[in-house]
Design a protein around this ligand. Structure first.
Ligand SMILES: Cc1ncc(COP(=O)(O)O)c(C=O)c1O
Length: 469
């Protein structure tokens, strides 16, 4: 349940994000706002404070509250016309870029995780310590083949808060989301099957499919997601065997599929019986008030024994990637996936699972996520403002609805690999568009991550990057 001020802030935020309230326009005074909505002055103040924290409005002393400059939405709303079958393997380039994204000596605008200062480190340390003290000797063994029961209980409870019901017995704990996706690819497809993915796409999925010898069909997305009529036509023509998709805070574009689109996608998958893998790694990172129910939940409403969608996620994005703890969920049974996992590495680290379970049951997690949704929106807005200030006006920014990234499109002649190399030479990591597809579609695009807290350092880095453009 949202507090009154959160609900009011949510309404205003939606109007600002959709440009109904224009950049620079004045908001009613606090007193007037309170009268308009029949709330106390304190509720009005909390509403404006929350919007200010999200970076959506600002206060001008003696003058009042104003809507912050919005992103100039110059991102073309086109879909790159056709789905394209990948013919080459660019894993080596991806591998090199990912290695640099992990380098601690660079300004981290190319990584894929929360900056450490946004993690609830002290609470996590307390939970790990508490769990270690209480753990019997058995907690240092391989544990149950599906993973620690307490953690599966806690994950099931957390998913239910997003209207997604997966029982603890239908969950398998994995080494991160990527292992869950790999297990699902192994079980749901065979070598040479055509697997459709949205593009641009998280490079780990491209590498996983290539490594497994699957063919990749890239389905173009724009800032709202894929064209479902087109996807339905491809399903009808049996152009692919399986589908991998994400619906929330999509990496790298930042879109959230609308409820109507999620329901339709679920219905299509069920109708055509397409084995599908929902990668929900960013599912908890939608901005405040965004609807974040996974597609899996809508498929279950159609058939609660649905065996089409394998749900994959982890704690890597909303919490800490270093735990390497994720999970795979099914509405039927996870036992075949557990068998694959057993062949690979038996089970996942039990002490890490026990510590995480303690943290999840401490209720600190929901509070952390709430703080995070405000903070990531603020930082993305801040970075977008800097880009609009310093970069050439021809640069288009894709306006996100969640996640940690800004996707930029330069003029066609700009080569993002050159840009990436030049940025590295300046001590800054960025993610070139090249790594988000294996068909060379995004040579003039770049993804930037909210990796820096220090505003002065961030401004200096963006200035440097603007000179390179
Ligand atoms: C969309 C997506 N899925 C999965 C992963 C990998 O998640 P994990 O670290 O839990 O394996 C990432 C990492 O960036 C990602 O962006």
């Amino acid at each position: 349940m949202a507090f009154k001020y959160e609900a009011l802030a949510g309404q205003l935020a939606a109007s600002i994000r959709s440009s109904i309230l224009k950049a620079g326009s004045a908001l009613p005074s606090l007193r007037h706002f309170a009268e308009l909505h029949s709330v106390s002055l304190s509720t009005a103040t909390k509403t404006y404070n929350l919007l200010e924290q999200q970076g959506l409005i600002w206060v001008k002393p003696q003058s009042g509250y104003f809507v912050r400059a919005e992103f100039t939405d110059k991102m073309p709303k086109r879909f790159l016309s056709q789905a394209t079958l990948v013919k080459q393997d660019t894993s080596d380039v991806i591998f090199e870029v990912l290695q640099n994204a992990m380098r601690p000596d660079l300004v981290p605008l190319g990584g894929g995780c929360l900056p450490p200062e946004l993690l609830p480190i002290e609470e996590l340390q307390r939970s790990l310590y508490r769990a270690a003290r209480r753990s019997p000797a058995a907690a240092y063994s391989y544990g149950h083949q599906l993973g620690y029961q307490g953690l599966r209980d806690a994950i099931s409870e957390q998913l239910a808060k997003r209207h997604c019901h997966i029982a603890p017995s239908q969950l398998l704990i994995t080494n991160g989301c990527l292992e869950a996706v790999n297990l699902a690819v192994m079980e749901c497809t065979v070598v040479n099957d055509v697997v459709a993915i949205f593009t641009p796409c998280y490079s780990g999925l491209l590498m996983a499919l290539k490594q497994a010898g699957r063919q990749i069909l890239e389905i173009p997305c724009n800032q709202s997601g894929p064209d479902l009529d087109y996807l339905a036509a491809l399903m009808e023509e049996q152009k692919f065997k399986a589908l991998i998709f994400s619906a929330i805070a999509y990496n790298p574009l930042g879109f959230n599929l609308s409820v109507a689109v999620k329901k339709r996608l679920a219905a299509l998958i069920m109708h055509y019986k397409i084995p599908s893998i929902e990668d929900d790694a960013f599912g908890e990172l939608g901005f405040m008030h965004e609807q974040t129910t996974p597609v899996f939940a809508y498929a279950n409403q159609l058939d609660n024994q649905n065996n089409c969608i394998t749900y994959c996620s982890s704690f890597s994005k909303p919490l800490a990637s270093g735990f390497r703890i994720g999970w795979l969920g099914r509405a039927d049974s996870v036992s075949v996936f557990a068998k694959h996992k057993m062949n690979l590495n038996l089970t996942s680290s039990l002490p890490a699972q026990v510590g995480l379970a303690d943290y999840l049951f401490s209720e600190g997690y929901r509070a952390h996520l709430k703080r995070l949704s405000v903070e990531i929106e603020k930082r993305l807005n801040q970075m977008a403002q800097l880009i609009q200030t310093y970069f050439p006006s021809s640069v288009a920014i894709c306006q996100p609805k969640g996640g940690l990234f800004l996707w930029l499109e330069f003029l066609a002649h700009v080569d993002s690999m050159d840009f990436y190399q030049a940025a590295l030479a300046q001590g800054i990591s960025v993610s070139p568009g090249e790594i988000f597809s294996m068909t060379g579609r995004y040579k003039n695009c770049v993804r930037l991550t909210i990796g820096l807290t220090n505003e002065i350092k961030l401004e200096a880095a963006i200035k440097k990057l603007s000179e390179l453009v």
